[in-house]
Design a protein. Structure first.
Length: 287
């Protein structure tokens, strides 16, 4: 017997070439065909350049984006992704990102979300005034022209400049947008759209493999695809006193279709947590 998604057509809601990342694992692991949904405007649900905001938090927006495929395709399954990139709160000079991928099977009533956090990104943001000699070097540091960049007037972010092809065009756009801005400055920021960002495309490829592997797993109760991790339970007992600690004790796998859940032990096989992780033992040692 083949997998339930073998030979299935799965709609992908994208206008940025994400099929290059998503199609290979779904074809290889599930025997499914990823088909880009025609005539969908995923930018209506938010843009990296900032002129359109997300209508909902990132996970909900990702699921809404997947549903767009059903509007233009006769399929039972759809997939989409959303990403968010920027500086880390505690490490403002080290950018990072998170990718969300949503899979919806409306026939089986499945909605499966997989995520991937990453430090692999060229995301940078610079602010320049017109005529700044450092614009070229900043664009090159972000990987331009292999990687795209946006230029945005600092006080009017409703008209970002996209599709810049040369350093001369970047410099001209910075000068023009800086002069147009009330404070005389323009923003140069990395273009995080998948088709203009090879590093992000690699992260999406890794996340696609993760989701496809999840869908390989069938629920032991109802045989629906996607049986996998839904939560981690903390409380691993201290090796000294046996009290519960903040360490993860066990994982819980579950089914999005029937709700069946099952616990499984930690992958590393640990059955106790070190004394240093136990508040009681630390207090006793200090006294």
């Amino acid at each position: 017997m083949g997998h339930p998604y073998q030979h299935e057509r799965i709609g992908l809601a994208t206008i940025h070439g994400k099929d290059l990342a998503v199609a290979p694992p779904f074809r290889r692991l599930l025997g499914a065909e990823i088909v880009t949904a025609p005539d969908v405007d995923t930018d209506a649900l938010g843009t990296f350049s900032g002129e359109i905001g997300r209508p909902a938090p990132i996970v909900e927006t990702c699921a809404l984006k997947a549903e767009l495929a059903f509007q233009t395709m006769d399929v039972d399954c759809a997939i989409a992704s959303e990403g968010s990139y920027g500086p880390i709160d505690r490490l403002p000079f080290r950018p990072a990102g998170v990718e969300i991928m949503a899979f919806v099977d409306r026939q089986r009533g499945l909605r499966i979300i997989e995520t991937m956090a990453t430090h692999r990104t060229n995301w940078r943001l610079f602010t320049f005034r017109a005529g700044d000699a450092l614009v070229r070097a900043a664009a090159i540091s972000m990987g331009f022209p292999e990687y795209g960049v946006f230029v945005i007037a600092n006080k009017d972010r409703s008209q970002p400049i996209k599709g810049l092809a040369s350093l001369d065009e970047v410099v001209a756009a910075v000068d023009r947008e800086a002069n147009r801005s009330d404070d005389g400055s323009a923003i140069l920021i990395a273009d995080m759209r998948a088709h203009r960002n090879p590093t992000r495309m690699k992260v999406l490829r890794a996340l696609s493999w993760k989701l496809a592997r999840r869908l390989q797993q069938l629920c032991p109760k109802c045989q629906a695809p996607g049986f996998g991790h839904i939560e981690s339970r903390r409380g691993l007992p201290c090796e000294g006193c046996g009290d519960a600690t903040h360490w993860i004790d066990f994982e819980v796998d579950g089914c999005s279709a029937c709700g069946h859940a099952a616990a499984r032990p930690r992958k590393d096989g640990r059955r106790t947590a070190p004394r240093l992780s136990c508040a009681g033992c630390r207090t006793a040692h200090a006294s």
